[in-house]
Write a protein that binds this ligand. Structure first.
Ligand code: DX5
Ligand code: ZN
Length: 229
């Protein structure tokens, strides 16, 4: 994975057809997705259950680009190797998932993946001030995690603080939750470069007719890049 700050669209397969993940991953990549965002939920850290390392391993061959795994689980450490072996390029753990986030991030990098840390809406930017050199990505939740299709919570002030804290370091700022063409400019202007979008990408399309996926991805990208007309 090379680093740059261009806008990247990462559709969340939480909004995809669960019975067809492989084909859905191929469809969104063919329609312009930069990364594929995979939401892992354990029914404990968040009030929902999705899938685990086995599903990640099953979809890996269907993803040419970046598999971006968002762990909404607690505890985290005992599962890191399984997700790394499943082919995750980025593994993101929540700072709220436990007291030893620094060790968790070291373990993610030690397993050969890029390390990400996620912050719930109620968690301040300062919570990662000691972690800036231990991460490759900071995920700012713009919804309370656990479900897709929720209303966007504006975290612009937090994004700006993080952007300033990062400086010239090769650290991505990822936004997750309620991203669409109307909210994408807000987060991009504040300094985000990776935009996760579930319902706004998969809306209106299917594996049989994926062209709406492409139109949705272009609309979000153009809105973020300020070229949406
Ligand atoms: C929520 C997940 C998000 C979610 C985004 O806990 O982390 O990735 O799938 O879905 P939308 O874009 O529909 O809010
Ligand atoms: Zn997510």
């Amino acid at each position: 994975m090379s680093f740059d700050r261009s806008i990247k669209i990462a559709p969340s397969i939480l909004a995809a057809d669960f019975a067809n993940f492989g084909a859905e991953c191929e469809a969104i990549e063919a329609q312009g997705a930069d990364w594929v965002h995979v939401d892992v939920m354990d029914g404990h850290f968040v009030p929902n259950i999705t899938f685990g390392p086995a599903t990640c391993a099953a979809i890996r061959p269907h993803i040419k680009g970046v598999m971006d795994v968002h762990l909404m689980i607690a505890p985290v450490d005992s599962y890191i190797d399984a997700f790394a072996q499943a082919g995750a390029d980025v593994i993101t753990a929540h700072v709220e998932a436990g007291p030893h986030i620094h060790r968790t991030l070291q373990a993610i990098r030690g397993a050969g993946a890029k390390a990400g840390v996620a912050l719930n809406p109620g968690t301040p930017a300062e919570a990662v001030s000691e972690l800036i050199d231990s991460v490759d990505l900071i995920c700012v939740m713009t919804v309370n995690p656990g479900f897709g299709g929720q209303k966007f919570i504006d975290m612009s002030a937090k994004i700006r603080k993080l952007r300033a804290m990062i400086g010239e370091r090769p650290v991505h700022i990822e936004i997750d939750g309620g991203v669409d063409p109307s909210t994408a400019p807000i987060v991009a202007t504040a300094g985000a470069d990776v935009l996760v979008a579930g319902s706004a990408v998969f809306r209106g399309g299917s594996v049989q007719d994926p062209t709406p996926y492409g139109a949705n991805i272009r609309a979000i990208r153009q809105a973020a890049e300020g070229t949406y007309v």
